[in-house]
Design a protein around this ligand. Structure first.
Ligand code: ZN
Length: 257
């Protein structure tokens, strides 16, 4: 928490973020029926909560576009499409699913799916069913058929160990769906770097320990997976992406070998 405050105080965006925090908190407190009326429109659509919208909210950062109804972000809307694509077909066969750091917008929807034996987990157990350290998962080998983990590994110092743990708790042929912040080039990390301001500058956020590059798939495969990379264009046309507020991004579909 002290790191977070220190980073915020030194950020040139402090005032803007404080303003957006107040605006966002106020909007979240409005009854959903009123929000639906305020943001109703035909030009945009959120696939997660299936709301017709006149647009998405830009709050906290210019690149964060929130659904005013379910608070999904661009990557959440992309993943929701991916989960419902023929690649995953999340509502199809029976699966034991482990959802790491569950997104509030979809945790409840997944938990209610009758074909999923669903477990959500988080290191701090915020909104999750169990507390879990991804580097030391408290479940036996082959306990799950599907692991979904988005924007977590960039916080984990020993991410290779976490990937091995995902492999261990999956059955052979089981699937992991992984997303991380990425840019082109090689992964950049520096375990010695602890200054939150410098981390924000180099890795994009005060509590990130690296920024992944194009070599992320190699790290996944070293843990015992076959990895396939999907990009936004594989899942949604440019017109659909605009309408659904989805950015160019990458999703890794990993099969436990
Ligand atoms: Zn939504």
């Amino acid at each position: 928490m002290r790191d977070r405050i220190q980073a915020a105080l030194q950020s040139t965006e402090t005032i803007r973020r404080a303003r957006d925090f107040v605006v966002g908190s106020g909007l979240r407190r409005l009854p959903s029926a009123l929000r639906r009326k305020l943001f109703y429109g035909q030009s945009h659509f959120c696939p997660v909560c299936e709301s017709d919208l006149r647009g998405f909210l830009v709050l906290n950062r210019d690149f964060l576009h929130w659904c005013p109804m379910c608070w999904s972000l661009q990557r959440h809307r992309l993943v929701w499409r991916f989960l419902h694509s023929s690649i995953i077909d999340i509502a199809g066969r029976r699966r034991r699913m482990l959802h790491i750091a569950p997104e509030p917008g979809f945790a409840d929807k997944l938990r209610r799916m009758p074909n999923l034996d669903y477990l959500s987990a988080d290191l701090y157990a915020r909104d999750a069913m169990v507390r879990m350290d991804v580097c030391d998962i408290q479940y036996p080998d082959a306990s799950f058929d599907l692991v979904y983990c988005s924007h977590v590994l960039e916080h984990v110092p020993d991410d290779r160990r976490a990937l091995r743990e995902f492999r261990r708790v999956l059955s052979v042929g089981g699937e992991a769906i992984l997303l991380v912040p990425q840019r082109h080039g090689e992964t950049i990390e520096d375990p010695a770097l602890t200054d939150p301001v410098e981390r924000e500058r180099r890795f994009g956020q005060h509590d990130h320990v690296r920024i992944y590059g194009d070599d992320f798939a190699l790290r996944i495969e070293a843990a015992g997976f076959r990895a396939r990379e999907y990009v936004t264009a594989d899942l949604s046309s440019p017109a659909e992406s605009t309408r659904m507020g989805i950015d160019p991004d990458r999703i890794y579909h990993c099969i436990a070998a």
